[in-house]
Write a protein that binds this ligand. Structure first.
Ligand SMILES: *[C@@H]1O[C@H](CO)[C@@H](O)[C@H](O)[C@H]1NC(C)=O
Ligand SMILES: *[C@@H]1O[C@H](CO)[C@@H](O)[C@H](O)[C@H]1NC(C)=O
Length: 561
């Protein structure tokens, strides 16, 4: 049976180690060792196929640093973000709980008054209390007012933008095609020449600015923001945080939520002053991907230079690529969601097709996580001849596992007053043990009206859809939302593209439907009777928008003299 525990090429020594390795020993291990540092890097809207090692046929050669990190660590090919859009995914990662429990079922806006409910306990709060230095760089998107900002939610330090790149107007309707008017600006920086628009100044020009605030701790330090400088600012902040924490001898959590690969992209300028729209096809995206990869490489290098053997780096994504952005969206690899495409409609970000939540994931910890390992519930070893050891695991790891796993590695107990959906994946990472989720729920985070609902559920290789449709395709329509009773069920092992649902009258369908329905009912009952469920306040008010100076167009900060 395909779902049976299957071990491929597991070295005998490791197997022996598994048998004698008890929980007690592990706890003793944590006490004896120095407490580890954690770097969690969350890319935005990245595609599973954007990682070269996931998609050898893609041949873009855009991720050399991540390829190397995968070779030196563990690549999880069947790893899933907890939701298919930004805020719900981030809330679930930081709380270890589904949106149905933590209250965050869809995105917060520029005018959102509140954010992640204050009744929720974050990973950063728990590690901070345990003596960790906690810093965050990048996109927060869990509420930006008063007690909802990162420095009130357990982070000692914060540098970043409060929500997505495209949630501020831009000075020129650029390659991102944001649906907003040009910002008021000191003067036109974009000139027309024949049919082409040329940027007058490559760096610092008005063109690259977006009406977003850059926030340090809880103050706006730049607005509008020059996206071209952001990578460098994030990089030097990360290097400084890693270095300083090491100098103090304090363990740290560094959570980096990258602006990459969300539009508007700000790829490094081409040699001639071309508009990014004039990059070769996919050039702007590939150039941004390379820039992101180099940033990850710089963070890894800073960590390797300081406390290499004591730092775990976990790279993953918040959701799949934003398909409607066409050439400015990433690649889903083989997870194309064909059934949905055939019906019209997109099958990546905002959807529960594999392209919406299966995210590229690499976990790196020299000396602790064996190098050159890949774990997958589904992929065959033959797909990866260049990877010497592929360990086939039936477990399906999930973004929410980051919370209990890091706490466990730090020797910090999870609060016992609430239920968690993430599970401790320490043994999966360090010992290739076969523990994990047999059951996955993919909440709807794209289609209004049913936010947070259990749209799709998976047991092993079988995945059932109760609702389909609702996201826009590149230059295509938005698939009509359809309810399915009985659900559509796909076999991900035979049909990773989710093209042909199983015939309802087959024994395979009947058996899978029974198992999925039972697990789904159990989870729904557990959530319905969970006394620790929070409700998020999605109220909006214009005065809630972060603004440097309301009298100025796009809230411009005073220009330093
Ligand atoms: C943010 O906090 C750090 C200390 O953690 C401090 O050095 C820095 O000046 C603060 N920045 C702002 C803009 O307040
Ligand atoms: C991983 O495997 C590759 C290819 O087989 C090999 O070149 C490399 O040295 C291995 N790396 C480690 C750290 O074992």
């Amino acid at each position: 049976m395909a779902e049976a525990l299957t071990l491929l090429l597991l070295p005998g020594m490791l197997l022996c180690g598994l048998l004698i390795h008890t929980v007690i020993q592990r706890e003793a291990e944590v006490k004896l060792r120095k407490r580890p540092n954690f770097i969690v890097i969350l890319a935005d809207d990245i595609g599973w196929g954007d990682l070269d090692v996931n998609n050898p046929e893609g041949r873009t050669n855009s991720t050399p640093y991540l390829n190397l990190m995968a070779r030196q660590g563990l690549r999880l090919t069947d790893f899933h973000s907890p939701a298919s859009t930004c805020s719900p995914s981030r809330a679930a990662i930081l709380t270890g709980r589904y949106g149905l429990r933590n209250g965050v079922t869809h995105n917060f806006g520029v005018n959102s008054v509140a954010g992640l409910p204050l009744s929720e306990v974050t990973l950063s709060e728990l590690l901070q209390k345990a003596g960790y230095y906690t810093a965050m760089i990048g996109k927060w998107h869990l509420g930006h007012n008063g007690p909802y900002g990162p420095t009130s939610r357990g982070f000692d330090y914060y540098l970043g933008i409060p929500y997505s790149n495209d949630m501020g107007c831009t000075d020129a309707p650029g390659y991102n095609l944001p649906p907003c008017l040009p910002c008021g600006s000191p003067g036109p920086q974009v000139i027309r020449s024949g049919s082409n628009m040329l940027r007058r100044s490559v760096h610092g020009g008005c063109y690259s600015k977006v009406g977003l605030p850059l926030i340090e701790n809880s103050s706006i330090v730049e607005q509008p923001l020059d996206l071209w400088t952001l990578t460098e600012q994030y990089k030097s902040a990360a290097q400084r945080i890693i270095r300083d924490a090491r100098a103090r001898g304090q363990p740290f959590l560094l959570y980096i939520a990258l602006a990459h690969m969300h539009v508007p992209l700000a790829p490094p300028p081409a040699p001639v002053a071309l508009l990014p729209a004039q990059y070769p096809r996919d050039g702007a995206y590939a150039a941004s991907l390379q820039e992101m990869d180099a940033l990850v490489g710089a963070v890894q290098a800073a960590s390797d230079d300081t406390d290499k053997d004591n730092t775990l780096i976990w790279f993953t994504g918040d959701n799949g690529p934003w398909e409607e952005k066409c050439q400015y969206a990433g690649s889903v690899g083989p997870f194309t969601g064909r059934w949905q495409n055939d019906q019209g409609g997109g099958s990546a970000k905002q959807t529960t097709w594999e392209g919406g939540h299966r995210v590229p994931t690499v976990v790196y910890w020299p000396g602790r996580i064996p190098a050159n390992t890949t774990s997958s519930a589904l992929l065959r070893h033959a797909d990866f001849p260049h990877v010497p050891r592929l360990i086939k695991l039936p477990q399906i790891p999930l973004g929410m596992d980051i919370f209990p796993t890091l706490l466990s590695l730090a020797g910090v107990a999870t609060p016992s007053d609430r239920s968690y959906d993430g599970i401790d994946a320490t043994s999966v990472l360090l010992h290739q043990e076969h523990r994990g989720h047999e059951f996955l729920l993919h909440p709807n985070s794209g289609a209004a009206g049913t936010y947070g609902d259990l749209q799709t559920a998976r047991v092993g290789k079988h995945k059932a859809f109760y609702i389909t449709g609702g996201a826009q395709r590149c230059r295509g329509g938005t698939g009509q939302q359809q309810l399915h009773d009985p659900p559509l069920i796909f076999d991900l092992e035979r049909d990773e593209a989710e093209e042909r649902p199983l015939q309802v009258d087959t024994p395979e369908y009947q058996e899978a439907a029974r198992r999925i329905a039972r697990r789904r009912e159990e989870l729904l009952w557990d959530i319905a009777t969970d006394k620790s469920v929070s409700t998020a306040d999605y109220q909006a008010d214009q005065s809630a928008a972060p603004c440097c100076d309301r009298r100025q167009a796009v809230c411009r900060c005073p220009t330093p003299l």
